[in-house]
Design a protein around this ligand. Structure first.
Ligand SMILES: C[S@@+](CC[C@H](N)C(=O)[O-])C[C@H]1O[C@@H](n2cnc3c(N)ncnc32)[C@H](O)[C@@H]1O
Length: 229
């Protein structure tokens, strides 16, 4: 596997063709509790939002129903087709595209918010910088990014992270506002998995902060909730 966009696409495509939605470990059919909290606490500015690596569209549909103008992108055309059907069934307006999250085609400053539930941690190390620059480019001034990824507490792996790893990758382009850790027992395997979540704000010309006020977030631990991946 070279980790090229085509390899990644066919890897996920075969997954979605093989397994029914109820066999996908991250698919609970319910909106993510962190996303619900962000919406309910008014932490997402009204406007255009992106569900990056949108899968079967569960989070996309929730955002549409909450009144956001929502876009979704996923590398698997099968997942995107299934998500489109689910959106139609729910009467939700979602702009869904099959494409690579590390090669975003949206205009500069297009979104006020990007939601990432299990996307960054699937981006190969050699493509991470490109992915992060793309997020920063398509976010408007004051735009926010919420990301959940695998924690190092699951054991060593190329895509298990410590808070310090995430700071290292993102701090050039993002200010970390909140950091939390949670665990979850997977419905398919019964394994307990740990995740880290981050709420970040894009650093743009108009909101530059002094060095001392950057990345001041402290880690909060949260009890287990619904499935992720
Ligand atoms: C663990 S699933 C999460 C799906 C969705 N975010 C959710 O929470 O239900 C990861 C998703 O990322 C997609 N994906 C992986 N690499 C991608 C890439 N480079 N660009 C776009 N989507 C990608 C996969 O097709 C899959 O749908």
């Amino acid at each position: 596997m070279s980790g090229s966009s085509e390899d990644v696409k066919w890897g996920w495509e075969s997954f979605y063709r093989k397994y029914a939605p109820d066999r996908l470990p991250w698919e609970t059919g319910k909106p993510d509790s962190n996303l619900v909290e962000l919406v309910e606490k008014g932490k997402i500015a009204r406007g255009r939002v992106l569900d990056i690596c949108s899968g079967l569209g569960t989070q996309t549909i929730y955002l549409a129903v909450q009144g956001f103008e929502v876009y979704g992108i996923d590398i698997s055309p099968t997942a995107v087709d299934m998500a489109k059907q689910r959106c139609r069934k729910k009467g939700a307006v979602c702009h869904l595209t099959a494409g690579d999250a590390a090669n975003l085609k949206y205009p500069d400053g297009f979104f006020t918010f990007i939601f990432d539930r299990g996307c960054f941690h699937h981006i190969r190390p050699q493509r991470r910088e490109r992915f992060i620059k793309g997020l920063h480019r398509v976010l408007a001034e004051g735009g926010r990014y919420f990301m959940t990824c695998f924690s190092w507490r699951n054991g060593p792996a190329w895509n298990h992270f410590k808070v310090s790893d995430i700071r290292g990758y993102f701090s050039k382009h993002f200010r970390i506002l909140e950091t939390r850790e949670e665990s979850f027992v997977e419905n398919v395997s019964g394994r307990k998995l740990y995740f880290l979540s981050f709420l970040m704000e894009a650093k743009k010309k108009g909101n530059a902060a002094p060095e001392s006020s950057r990345d001041s977030s402290t880690l909060k631990r949260k009890p287990a909730t619904g499935g992720k991946r």
